[in-house]
Design a protein around this ligand. Structure first.
Ligand code: ZN
Length: 493
């Protein structure tokens, strides 16, 4: 079964057919680095991480380009406020963004080109548009003349004649038409600028994406993504610039991530309800945030609230407990009987196979992670039941059936990007943990040592000391559980 994606351009689900067999070229609009990103931005990046990981899971090679807008009005204004240069400000927040994404477990892009490092490339595209008559110079600015591009509006479905123009990319009197937008902005005193055939200035925002996407992925590529709020004007303008210059279709599939509301309200400065990702990450495990995001289809609006976080936390707990118990059962299980599966185990295999197909079916259907999560919980339920039977000793047990459960779970975690970076260590007594990279004792060895001491304390009935060791470890984020015949632990973020 092929993957089907909803294409904003055609407003329907289409079969995903990449330009090159087995390869997907993908561009997602990156951050404007003037501040820490908020949870709404994070949703967009998590959604495209989910899509990218699923394409990888389905065997595609994925080239994923995400730009960094490091010159922009917002950056210049904020730099002035903070009394630093725009370059320093942009560098600071670009690094903060990279850290945030790493903390969130988002895979780094194949490449993250920065606007300021591609000024010459942009000047080439702007010259191409001027030469072909799609753009004109006006008092040191260069504008794209929307009237000249007959297809303008085809992505967003807007009919510009029927609309009052509400946006302005520059002073009105410098433009020929109300919808014309700036490709190049003449330098103002105190602003960063580069020389150009039209005098010193800096590029507009839209031109950087057309330029960098086609530079790295070719004049036509497979997927262009971004938040729903970018469809107009940003993506409409990107498309106009690229197609006017190359004369070729720019993008095969336009994918847009839905908006995020806070407590059912739009996140906005005026409401004062903007939640920086950093703040949310301090209070919550990154996996909880991912779980919350996966629970809503990527195109639907998502409500972010303390309640929805708590729900996601509870869901995650169910999954981690299942994985934990499964690991534990695996460490104890042996190949039982004559190595043949019982009827019960054959039935389990069949069920797991069916659930796996169902999972893939949902993800293939426009990356329906919410429905796929539902199937993951079915697998959790099946696994819990079987692990319960195995550990109670009521049924003959086969390691291979436990491994099957683990394989299916790990497979789904990988496809959804769950636990791909933050899944803590699980240590089983009797297994020698590896030493640290510098040859000294590793964290795992030291935790094991402390837990051996705790065990000795318990054996000597010094329960107070034993509890103190456990509680101190809990404070450090190491969760300890006593199980028959010993203990086990894992790191929680
Ligand atoms: Zn863009």
């Amino acid at each position: 079964m092929p993957i089907r994606v909803y294409n904003t351009m055609t407003r329907k689900k289409e079969e995903l057919v990449p330009r090159e067999l087995g390869k997907i070229s993908m561009y997602v609009c990156g951050p404007t680095v003037y501040n820490y990103i908020h949870i709404g931005n994070a949703r967009t990046f998590l959604n495209f991480d989910m899509i990218r990981r699923y394409l990888l899971y389905r065997g595609y090679e994925v080239e994923f380009i995400q730009n960094v807008t490091d010159v922009d009005d917002k950056i210049i204004n904020k730099a002035n406020e903070e009394g630093v240069s725009p370059e320093v400000l942009a560098d600071t927040y670009r690094e903060a963004f990279e850290l945030d994404m790493a903390d969130l477990g988002v895979m780094p892009p194949t490449m993250a080109p920065q606007a300021t490092e591609h000024i010459d490339d942009m000047l080439e595209v702007i010259s191409c548009l001027v030469d072909k008559g799609y753009a004109y110079e006006s008092e040191g600015d260069v504008y794209f003349e929307v009237e000249k591009f007959a297809d303008y509006g085809k992505l967003s479905g807007r009919n510009l004649d029927e609309q009052q123009h509400t946006l302005a990319s520059g002073p009105e009197d410098r433009k020929r038409g109300p919808w014309d937008f700036a490709l190049w902005k003449a330098a103002k005193p105190g602003e960063p600028s580069w020389s150009s055939p039209w005098g010193p200035g800096r590029p507009g925002w839209h031109i950087e994406c057309s330029t960098m996407s086609t530079k790295y992925l070719g004049e036509s590529f497979d997927i262009h993504g971004g938040g729903l709020d970018l469809v107009f004007p940003h993506h409409e303008n990107e498309l106009a610039q690229a197609e006017a210059c190359t004369g070729k279709p720019f993008v095969r599939y336009w994918i847009h991530s839905g908006m995020l509301n806070i407590d059912m309200e739009k996140m906005s400065k005026s409401l004062g309800n903007i939640r920086p990702l950093r703040e949310v990450l301090i209070e919550n495990d990154a996996q909880v945030i991912r779980m919350l995001m996966l629970g809503t289809h990527y195109r639907s609006p998502l409500n972010f609230s303390d309640d929805s976080l708590a729900d996601a936390g509870a869901s995650l707990e169910r999954v981690t407990n299942c994985a934990f118990n499964l690991e534990d059962a695996l460490s104890r299980a042996a190949v039982g009987g004559d190595g043949k599966k019982t009827e019960r185990e054959l039935e389990l295999s069949k069920k797991l196979e069916g659930l796996k197909d169902e999972f893939v079916g949902h993800m293939d259907d426009d990356f329906n992670s919410a429905a796929a999560l539902g199937v993951l919980f079915d697998v959790v339920r099946e696994t819990n039941t079987y692990v319960g039977e195995v550990t109670s000793g009521g049924e003959p047990r086969l390691k291979v059936s436990l491994l099957e459960c683990k394989e299916v779970l790990d497979d789904m975690f990988g496809a959804l990007g769950l636990f791909q970076t933050a899944w803590g260590t699980t240590s089983v007594p009797g297994e020698e943990p590896a030493r640290a990279a510098d040859g000294g004792p590793s964290r795992d060895q030291l935790v094991d040592l402390l837990l051996e001491v705790r065990q000795a304390a318990r054996d000597m009935k010094s329960f107070e000391l034993a509890d103190r060791i456990r509680d101190s470890l809990t404070e450090l984020g190491v969760r300890v559980e006593d199980v028959p015949g010993g203990y086990r632990w894992r790191v929680e973020r």
